[in-house]
Design a protein around this ligand. Structure first.
Ligand code: ATP
Ligand code: MG
Length: 439
């Protein structure tokens, strides 16, 4: 991508409405633009990151056996009357009427709709277990939209729904999502801690929020320190038997404010007690027959009887994650993208546009990097070098390839690593080879 042809509306000043660093940096780097309170347009740079996160979420969902579909954003109010949630949901739900005066709503979540799809399409226990998911925009008319994409009104969520014949099987489905979440967040460069969450009237122990620690987090959290540095299990696990891995994590204390038990926390060795603030990036929940019973989602069991399916739902805040990643990875100069979600792999900085040798070397590098499948942002405008360096640091691309007239005359270029700040000069060909070699 040539910067001269791109839309990258950088802001020099800190926008006054942004209270936390991720919101500030997302606005300053032109990733998003507010269109209404809590409603954002995703500008090209922001959309690239959103897509990279989606891709990782898709891969990890499918690795865990979930199947993608796509449900609409608009839903019929009558569907929500079946579960009893239409009246309960309150002002967070955006209610709309179509031209025939039919009551509709912009979906804040999809339990009802997926239950409707399931009951209309799946008939037998032989089709279970099943896990269906999508990544779709949600709308919640939050009382206090704030912190940019962190608490938006329109936001992108991955929501998965599991269907099982009984509770034991549902627990396995839950465990698969539990492990998939750990792997997902780890690939995004985040340390997410599963914390016990409220199960409300359903009861049981099968609800966890996945929390990343950050000073700007909205909730107070308490946990055993070892949980923070525990490595993710990875893809190479026995997906049919994950109980040991789950127990390993759930046996250590971890709870948000609402679930906090002071006495249990005090039983954690003093040097292992961590009380901090956190951002909820995911939530998994087993709720049994809560929707299947009132909505009549049944399958025939092995003995021919009709049984309500046992369900769970599993959400990831895909757009919120971008804020979370930036909170966890930035410095005074700007964002530092983890390689897995960076909008571009390499920033190619031409220090003197119009200089024949610089232009030729940059064109060569640009072509070679693209051919190798790298996403390149070619800084080809006539800004001063200082301004180019500052803006590339601000948008946080992991590698900067800097080509100037003095160096290139001797076949030398500079390479800068954004995360460490290290710069070194090396032969152009050697640098190109390093940046284009297979990952
Ligand atoms: P919160 O307590 O932050 O309001 P929630 O419990 O309402 O979250 P869920 O209904 O479990 O959230 O939704 C699944 C995920 O969607 C959450 O873990 C979070 O990452 C994300 N999410 C929820 N509300 C918002 C929002 N207003 N803006 C952005 N992401 C959100
Ligand atoms: Mg909420």
């Amino acid at each position: 991508m040539r910067l001269s042809r791109y839309l990258l509306p950088l802001l020099k000043e800190n926008p006054s409405e942004a209270q936390i660093v991720s919101h500030r940096l997302m606005l300053r780097t032109g990733m998003i633009r507010q269109e209404a309170a809590g409603i954002y347009a995703w500008l090209p740079l922001g959309l690239r990151v959103l897509r990279k996160i989606e891709k990782i979420v898709h891969e990890e969902m499918q690795r865990a056996g979930a199947v993608e579909l796509l449900m609409p954003t608009l839903q019929l109010a009558d569907l929500w009357r079946e579960s009893g949630r239409y009246d309960d949901y309150g002002q967070e739900m955006l209610r709309i009427k179509d031209r025939h005066e039919r009551e509709m709503l912009y979906g804040p979540t999809n339990e009802e709709m997926i239950t409707e799809i399931f009951r209309g399409t799946v008939k037998s226990y032989k089709d279970l277990p099943m896990n269906l998911y999508h990544i779709q925009w949600k709308f919640r008319d939050e009382q206090r939209p704030r912190f940019g994409v962190m608490r938006g009104r329109e936001f992108l969520m991955k929501d998965a729904y599991s269907f099982d014949i009984d509770e034991a099987s549902a627990r396995k489905a839950y465990n698969r999502m539990f492990i998939a979440y750990l792997n997902t967040f780890s690939r995004l460069g985040l340390k997410a801690v599963p914390m016990r969450a409220d199960t409300g009237p359903i009861g049981g122990d099968l609800s966890h929020e996945f929390i990343i620690l950050a000073e700007t987090g909205e909730s107070a959290v308490f946990c055993h320190k070892d949980l923070v540095d525990m490595p993710a299990p990875g893809a190479d696990v026995d997906w049919d038997d994950l109980q040991g891995l789950v127990d390993q994590r759930t046996s250590l204390y971890a709870a948000t404010e609402e679930m906090h038990d002071e006495a249990a926390f005090n039983a954690v060795p003093a040097d292992k007690q961590l009380s901090a603030r956190g951002i909820e990036v995911g939530h998994i929940f087993y709720f049994g027959e809560k929707y299947s019973a009132p909505m009549g989602a049944k399958v025939s069991g092995a003995d021919g009887s009709q049984v309500n399916v046992h369900m769970g739902s599993y959400g990831v805040g895909v757009s919120r994650l971008i804020g979370g990643i930036i909170e966890a990875s930035h410095d005074e100069a700007g964002i530092i993208w983890p390689e897995s979600v960076t909008p571009f792999d390499v920033a190619l900085v031409n220090l003197r546009v119009g200089d024949e040798a610089c232009d030729a070397a940059c064109e060569k590098a640009y072509k070679a990097l693209k051919a190798a499948g790298r996403d390149v942002l070619y800084h080809d405008t006539d800004d001063r070098p200082g301004a180019k360096f500052a803006s590339m640091d601000l948008i946080g691309i992991p590698w900067q390839l800097i080509i100037g007239p003095k160096g290139i005359a001797e076949g030398q270029v500079e390479i800068k690593h954004r995360a460490t700040g290290e710069r070194h000069t090396a032969a152009f060909d050697a640098v190109l080879e390093q940046l284009t070699k297979a990952k």
